[in-house]
Design a protein around this ligand. Structure first.
Ligand code: B1M
Length: 221
């Protein structure tokens, strides 16, 4: 089990999508994140382990190597592609379908920010936990959030940001939502976000991980 998870992590780190993808050269012909994730799930490795010890672990490594200047933007993009190819196998495990929707949550990555991997994972947890997710995508403006809140009347709005430069827009989005619809909970998350920041901008909750945010939603029912 450990070996398979390490191979998945390596595929994500190196940007190996599937057996047909020619990148990277030295892994040509080998299975990629796509096939290995399918194999892991078929061998009954829990989906949460595949996510944490395979996919997220690989992305974490590439992130550190990118930060240290050892790999470049195209490498990170290939890693993101590899991770996305694996996610389709995980989705059904987080969406039991048997669960009736508990309520709605509007989600999006904030203005100016194009990172959506973490947000998609959080959305999967919410859907798997029985919530209907209205995913507005990336680079979502305050107006778009407000329009979605008015149209869908969710219990909560989930904001994600991965850049220190974009997390600041969480403040205006949160304040606007709270001013217009104080009953709607605002949950924020993403790597640079902290509890202290959430307190300062008036968000109802901050969670560094999807499970914590899901537990909060369930408790807010
Ligand atoms: Co970018 N990037 N990136 N990037 N990127 C980071 C974030 C960075 C830390 C890399 C680095 O320098 N080490 C850095 C930010 C520095 C900073 O602001 N302090 C950075 C930078 C600088 C940039 C660009 C500016 C690079 C450039 O162009 N020079 C550029 C900005 C583009 C833009 O947004 N306008 C950019 C671009 C990109 C790509 C497009 C290449 C790609 C994104 C692809 C995509 O998302 N479709 C990318 C990636 C992949 C990363 C790293 C490597 C990985 C991010 C990721 O997906 N992590 C990242 C380095 C890193 O984080 N190690 C980096 C995996 C994901 C599962 O984790 O998103 O944190 P995360 O989500 C977690 C939790 O945070 C939490 O749960 C999730 C699951 O566990 N969570 C929530 C997230 N949202 C939540 C919401 C909640 C609750 C929990 O409630 C609602």
């Amino acid at each position: 089990m450990r070996e398979l998870l390490e191979r998945i992590a390596l595929c994500v780190e190196r940007g190996k999508v599937d057996a047909n993808s020619p990148h990277p050269h030295d892994m040509k012909g080998q299975d990629g994140a796509d096939e290995l994730t399918k194999k892991a799930l078929e061998s009954r490795i829990p989906a949460s382990e595949v996510l944490a010890k395979g996919l997220i672990a690989g992305m974490q490594t590439v992130g550190e190597r990118f930060r240290d200047g050892e790999v470049y933007l195209p490498d990170v993009l290939m890693s993101a592609k590899s991770l996305t190819s694996a996610m389709k196998h995980l989705k059904p495990y987080f969406q039991s379908g048997e669960v009736k929707h508990k309520g709605k949550i509007v989600m999006g990555t904030v203005t100016g920010d194009l990172h959506d991997i973490g947000k998609k994972i959080v959305a999967m947890f919410f859907e798997g936990g029985g919530w209907e997710v209205i995913d507005l995508g990336v680079d979502v403006s305050t107006d778009k959030f407000i329009q979605a809140v008015e149209a869908h009347k969710p219990l909560a709005v989930g904001l994600s940001a991965l850049l220190t430069t974009t997390m600041v827009s969480m403040e205006s989005i949160t304040r606007e939502i709270k001013a217009k619809t104080p009953e709607v909970k605002v949950i924020i998350g993403g790597a640079p976000v902290t509890q202290d920041f959430a307190d300062r901008i008036g968000a109802d909750a901050y969670y560094p991980d999807p499970q914590g945010a899901l537990d909060y939603l369930n408790a807010a029912l």
